[in-house]
Structure formats: structure tokens, C-alpha cells
Design a protein around this ligand. Structure first.
Ligand code: DGY
Length: 322
């Protein structure tokens, strides 16, 4: 008998076919997120679950006594309660590597959009407001030759560093729990403590995974250290920033602007003051959103799922469970 799995979001046909070879499966094929009650109903009798960034808690796992593996279709797995999963002997997997270059592209797009006011310019032209004079309102800040501070030198941080030094001749500082001498040598980046990084950088990029120790890592004190003409970027998880402190820093002009792909609450609340600020560019958490990368992530998640329910070690077990 084939193991039973549930896939909690639409996936490419080729990935569905691959899963069908090894598993009996059901799938949530709607574009809207699966309702919680529906998911709870579906997990009662399954061996494996594949889902996008789900909250896997003790209570959730109590409802799925046969579950062996939860395959997250994302690299970030902050929704996993690792201790609860260990207790229930459920393996957690994620999708590293396949999205690194795509997210680094998005980050560079966001840096350019924000620093050079590209989004504002686009709206201006489309609204028919362009007259012959070049408006100083659209003068931005140069990205090339500037100093970029990367907080969190993981796989994606490294790809951003390569673009920054080799493509834009930037001076790159980074802060990380452990020093990355390999990246320093490859891309001529310099390790820095947080204070120095925040004081020196023209662009500060936060790329830390969300954990108990990185919750609101950037707060009022950190924004205070930044230069008033510097910009802040977050493409990791919204909760790594104290969003109220960011809003305050922007309102009080302690920093020049921000480019964000992630927020404390997603989708972002319509009343969030960030949405009214011209110097803030807001993306809808689309760091990895290209067709190829999303397909690759789905395939990688499927491989993890199938391995997990057929008694093999999945290739991408999260590091706390290896
Ligand atoms: C990830 O893979 O973690 C991206 O942020 C998409 O959720």
C-alpha cells in the first residue's frame, strides 16, 4: 500500500505526477489558502504533508497521529515548533539552495527601486504627470560604490554580496553569528560588529532567519545608529524587525527610506502607516517568485516528502533535526 500524503497548495503537474508514483495523495487545488479546519480534517490519516509555510504546533500534530514528515515549500521554517515535532517524531524539511539566486535578484531590484525612486517614477509617468523638466524630487541615491551592510551572511546573503561587489563595486560589510572567511575571501567583504555596520552602511539589509534569538533584532536602538541618509531593507521575515520602531524611524527621518518584502503581519494590514510613505517600497513577499524557482521549490519539497514517507532520509531535513 502506498503512503498517504496531503498537498496543501496547487503544484505543477510534473511534481504531482512524481508524487503520484510513490504516494496516494489528495491536494488543495484552489488559489486561496487552505482553511485551517479543512487542513485539520485532511491530516487525520496521512503519513506526509506538503505545505507552504504552515504553523506546525503541538495541537496540530495531536490531530495527525500517523504523520512522519512535514515538507515546507519554503526555505524559512519559522512556523515549525521544532520541539513539538521532535516529541511527535515528525521530521521537518524545507527548500534551501534552489531559491538563493532568485531572492538575491529580488533584493537588488528592491534596493534599486527604493534608492533610485523607480516605483515613484513609474507611477508619475503612468499617471500622465511627466512634463519636460526633470524633477529633483526624483533624484535618488547612487547604489554603485556605496556601502552595503548585510546582517546575516547565509546562502542568500552570499549571493547578494557577489552582486554587490562584482556588479556594483560596492563596499560590503557583514554581521553574522559566525565569521564567513570563505565569503570574505571570495567576494572581498569585511566582517563587522553590528554597531559599526549600522553606522557605516548606506544600505542595511536584514537577512536573518526568524528564531527566538532574532525576533525584533532590528529595533529603535539599531535604527538610531543608522545614518540619516541610509536605507533599510528586509527580505527575511517581518518579525525580525520591530515594525513600530521602523515606522517611527521613518517618520522622524532617522533613516531615508525602506524597501520591504516581508511584514509583521502578512498580508499587510491596509491601515499600516508604511503603505502611506512615499519613501517606502512594499513588495508582497515575492522574493522567490519566478516560475522556474517556484517549480524547483515544489519539486524539491516533493522529493523531501517522498523520501520522508518511504523510509529514506530526506535531502533537506531542517538543521535542528539532523
Ligand atoms: C521562503 O522560502 O522562506 C520565502 O520567504 C518564501 O516564503
Amino acid at each position: 500500500m502506498k503512503p498517504k500524503v496531503y498537498i496543501a497548495k496547487p503544484i505543477p503537474e510534473s511534481v504531482e505526477k512524481y508524487i503520484a508514483e510513490y504516494c496516494e495523495y489528495k491536494i488543495w487545488d484552489e488559489k486561496t489558502p487552505i482553511p485551517k479546519e479543512k487542513l485539520l480534517e485532511e491530516i487525520k490519516d496521512i503519513d506526509g504533508l506538503m505545505l507552504p509555510k504552515g504553523e506546525i504546533t503541538n495541537e496540530f500534530l495531536d490531530q495527525a497521529p500517523k504523520l512522519k514528515v512535514v515538507s515546507n515549500i519554503a526555505v524559512g521554517y519559522d512556523g515549525f515548533d521544532i520541539e513539538a515535532m521532535k516529541k511527535h517524531k515528525v521530521l521537518g524539511t524545507h527548500t534551501p539552495h534552489v531559491l538563493d539566486e532568485t531572492v538575491a535578484d529580488t533584493i537588488f531590484g528592491l534596493i534599486l527601486m527604493t534608492a533610485r525612486k523607480l516605483s515613484e517614477c513609474n507611477h508619475h509617468v503612468k499617471k500622465g504627470h511627466w512634463n519636460k523638466m526633470d524633477s529633483e524630487d526624483f533624484f535618488g541615491k547612487d547604489v554603485h560604490d556605496a556601502t552595503l551592510g548585510i546582517i546575516g551572511m547565509g546562502r542568500i546573503g552570499e549571493k547578494v554580496a557577489r552582486r554587490a561587489t562584482q556588479g556594483f563595486n560596492m563596499n560590503v560589510l557583514y554581521y553574522n553569528r559566525s565569521r564567513r572567511k570563505d565569503v570574505e575571501e571570495k567576494y572581498n567583504v569585511r566582517y563587522s560588529d553590528m554597531t559599526n555596520l549600522l553606522r557605516e552602511s548606506d544600505f542595511v539589509l536584514l537577512m536573518l532567519p526568524l528564531t527566538n534569538s532574532t525576533f525584533q533584532f532590528m529595533g529603535a536602538n539599531e535604527f538610531k545608529l543608522m545614518k540619516t541618509d541610509a536605507f533599510f531593507f528586509n527580505c527575511s521575515r517581518g518579525k525580525t524587525v520591530d515594525e513600530n520602531a521602523l515606522i517611527e524611524a521613518l517618520k522622524m527621518k532617522k533613516i531615508s527610506g525602506a524597501g520591504l518584502d516581508v511584514y509583521e503581519q502578512e498580508p499587510i494590514n491596509k491601515d499600516n502607516p508604511l503603505l502611506l510613505m512615499d519613501n517606502v517600497v512594499t513588495l508582497p513577499h515575492i522574493g522567490s517568485a519566478t516560475k522556474k524557482t517556484r517549480d524547483d521549490m515544489a519539486m524539491r519539497a516533493a522529493e523531501n516528502l517522498v523520501a520522508g514517507v518511504t523510509g529514506k532520509t530526506p535531502p533537506d531535513v531542517v538543521k535542528e533535526m539532523r
